[in-house]
Design a protein around this ligand. Structure first.
Ligand SMILES: [Fe+2]
Length: 135
């Protein structure tokens, strides 16, 4: 069974962002599988790095849309994205340094963070972006 499965209850009503979120779900699944299979730190660190890069790409484009629509809560939203990137980078560094971080708890943290962020933060921008012609 898949670790994380996207369903329409996660939709933010903006296609580019939904597509990115689906991709992030898939990447967290890949990470979870690699951790569960007991793959080495090198391999897991590589997956964490890719995940961090994609998250950065996604956050940039989400923030650009919010900026374009003059979204009032952009600064706090941006701060949340930044904090996640910092956590992911720390996980990667710990892995490379051989300081653990290979436990499925890391994938569990990402799952909780992403689903919580989509539901409590991202879904608040749907109507604002839609009313500015972004969907
Ligand atoms: Fe976001």
């Amino acid at each position: 069974m898949e670790f994380m499965t996207w369903n329409p209850s996660y939709s933010v009503k903006v296609k580019a962002c939904d597509d990115d979120h689906k991709k992030l779900f898939a990447m967290i699944n890949t990470l979870h599988d690699a951790m569960k299979a007991g793959h080495g730190a090198d391999k897991v660190a590589g997956i964490v790095q890719e995940l961090g890069s994609y998250a950065r790409y996604h956050f940039d484009r989400e923030e650009a849309l919010l900026e374009k629509a003059k979204y009032p809560d952009l600064p706090s939203h941006r701060a949340q994205h930044h904090a996640f990137i910092q956590r992911v980078e720390q996980f990667r560094k710990d892995l490379v340094a051989g300081q653990g971080g290979q436990s499925v708890a890391v994938a569990e943290f990402m799952n909780q963070w992403l689903t919580g962020h989509i539901r409590q933060i991202d879904q608040k921008y749907s109507s604002h972006l839609n009313s500015h012609g972004i969907s």
